[in-house]
Design a protein around this ligand. Structure first.
Ligand code: OAD
Length: 243
């Protein structure tokens, strides 16, 4: 496993104001494809067609077929040792804030209560009533799914050009400002405003550690970079063995 400095070990052991931001890379070992890079979703599919309000207005059926396929794929996956290590660490250190860009709900299935700043694939939203609700049906019985009020439901995920959920992002910002240790795990750090969180934390004096299989635009700003798969690095780093 990647070698860990004494400073980082100490901050992990203290467990004061620790923030972890995760991206698609943490779910890679669970079998969930990432977005960018080889075999990433956005290499094969159009963001404009599948992840924008315009694409949805144009063809809700196409968008929902893709989301239904992703829901089916993820429902067949399980949380991995990285998700479990973060959940166990959070249980030991309740002041820890877990922020995720992932919409796959794998952190929650591992027992964490993350701030889901990009929404969740297993929630639907009624644009007419303005309400969201959990929907675990896999596959969906009708595409596109329709609300009791007659409106076409949409996935409760953030699309390009849309604002992030105010409450979750507000809490994430606040945690970033207070952070003593900020872990950036499995994200390309290309999508803002999520990618601003580690920058804010670093600017306020947090120790910034990145865990990724490759370099990212954030690597140069990090105090420490641990190169390796999150599911392998996290149990050792957080001192949580995987039974
Ligand atoms: P990306 O696909 O952009 O980046 C995934 C990152 O994970 C890359 O930096 C990989 O090197 C790294 N990675 C791959 N396998 C890994 C592993 N086993 N362990 C650790 N790291 C690994 O995914 P995100 O950064 O999450 O937005 O993308 C950000 C947002 O862009 C997503 O939330 C999504 C997407 O469009 C929305 O859905 C709104």
């Amino acid at each position: 496993m990647a070698s860990v400095s004494a400073r980082l070990r100490d901050l992990v052991a203290r467990g004061r104001n620790v923030v972890a931001l995760t991206g698609a890379g943490i779910s890679a070992e669970s079998g969930v494809p990432t977005f960018r890079g080889k075999d990433g979703f956005w290499e094969k599919e159009s963001i404009e067609d599948l992840a924008s309000p315009r694409g949805f207005r144009r063809d809700p059926r196409r968008v929902w077929s893709w989301y239904d396929a992703r829901r089916r794929q993820i429902a067949a996956c399980s949380p991995n040792a990285g998700h479990r290590a973060l959940a166990a660490y959070q249980a030991q250190h309740p002041g820890t804030t877990l922020v995720t860009q992932n919409v796959d709900a794998l952190h929650r299935r591992a027992g964490s209560r993350p701030l889901e700043i990009h929404g969740c694939l297993f929630r639907v939203r009624c644009p007419r009533e303005g309400v969201t609700r959990e929907d675990l049906r896999v596959p969906l019985p009708e595409i596109p799914p329709v609300c009791g009020c007659g409106a076409t439901l949409r996935p409760d995920v953030v699309w390009f050009g849309e604002l992030l959920p105010e409450k979750e992002m507000g809490e994430a910002m606040e945690a970033a400002r207070r952070a003593e240790l900020f872990l950036v795990i499995g994200t390309s750090s290309l999508v803002y405003p999520a990618a601003s969180l580690p920058e804010i934390a670093r600017g306020r004096g947090a120790y910034l550690a990145e865990i990724n299989v490759e370099e990212t635009p954030l690597s140069a700003l990090a105090d420490e970079v641990l190169t390796g798969p999150a599911a392998e690095v996290l149990p050792g780093l957080l001192g949580i063995g995987d039974p």
